[in-house]
Write a protein that binds this ligand. Structure first.
Ligand SMILES: [Zn+2]
Length: 275
């Protein structure tokens, strides 16, 4: 997971979303009860293409490059029902955020609703023990931003690299919590970021994208100039961390494993941390 820069909703897609939000909020408020998923409907999908573009066509959680069609506009705070375990047992959804730009992400179906066994994010929104819980119409992007302590990382706010680390385990690249981060661990679990189909893609990515680039660095002659070493290294980081490249978080740890800090130091280089 890498931080996404969704930007301000300043294009026609988002203006449509604002207009839809006004109409839909008035409609569901008039119900006089908590709206169901059916009541909420799917008009928030008007934001799908804009989110997909802003996220460089990548899933917000697993960082795989995905098609727009067949994938989801995902609500960070679930819209009609929320499972807040382990921290809280209330189950009302965040219906008033169903059309709110800041609560929407483009996500692949596998992260959002994995096919079998109730895996995938679905309506899970785990909160930390002792967290508060928002009630209807409170604003987690404004005045009430400190009420809840989500355990799920928000890709538009939090650094995935800070909380999730990729290690080679049993011969396969696998995500684990970095430095024991409970939010990293919970995000891996909720979005099943260690599912088999992803492990295959992680391994292929390192083999095809990271290792051949590292070979360019390893091929530097001991008497090469520091300037030429710097040019090679910076090009490698720029290529692997550019927007639209899959699995940037994985590339960071694979690079760390294949080129250690001492190797960099001898050329007077430091490592960039993608955010
Ligand atoms: Zn995904």
């Amino acid at each position: 997971m890498i931080r996404i820069h969704r930007g301000a909703p300043d294009t026609s897609g988002a203006e449509q979303l604002d207009a839809i939000q006004r109409v839909e909020l008035a409609r569901v408020r008039a119900l006089g009860r908590e709206p169901s998923g059916e009541d909420i409907g799917s008009r928030y999908r008007v934001a799908a293409e804009l989110l997909w573009q802003r996220q460089s066509h990548k899933c917000a959680f697993c960082e795989n490059v995905e098609q727009l069609r067949r994938n989801d506009v995902e609500h960070f705070r679930p819209k009609s029902r929320a499972d807040r375990l382990p921290g809280r047992s209330e189950s009302h959804g965040y219906w008033w955020l169903a059309w709110r730009w800041e609560n929407l992400l483009f996500s692949c179906r596998n992260c959002n609703q994995a096919a079998a066994g109730g895996k995938g994010k679905l309506d899970k929104f785990p909160l930390a023990d002792g967290s508060g819980v928002l009630v209807a119409e409170q604003d987690p992007f404004g005045a009430e931003r400190h009420v809840e302590q989500p355990l799920l990382l928000d890709p538009s706010v939090d650094s995935g690299v800070e909380h999730i680390q990729f290690v080679k385990r049993g011969g396969r690249w696998t995500p684990i919590a970095r430095d024991g981060s409970s939010r990293g661990a919970r995000t891996i679990e909720v979005c099943v970021l260690d599912r088999d189909d992803l492990l295959e893609l992680y391994d292929a990515h390192v083999e095809q994208e990271v290792t051949p680039r590292v070979a360019r660095f390893d091929a530097l002659h001991p008497h090469s100039s520091p300037e030429s070493a710097r040019a090679v290294w910076i090009a490698i980081e720029n290529e692997l961390y550019r927007s639209g490249m899959a699995f940037v978080g994985l590339s960071y740890d694979a690079l760390r494993t294949q080129v250690d800090d001492d190797d960099l130091r001898q050329w007077g280089l430091t490592r960039r941390v993608p955010t």
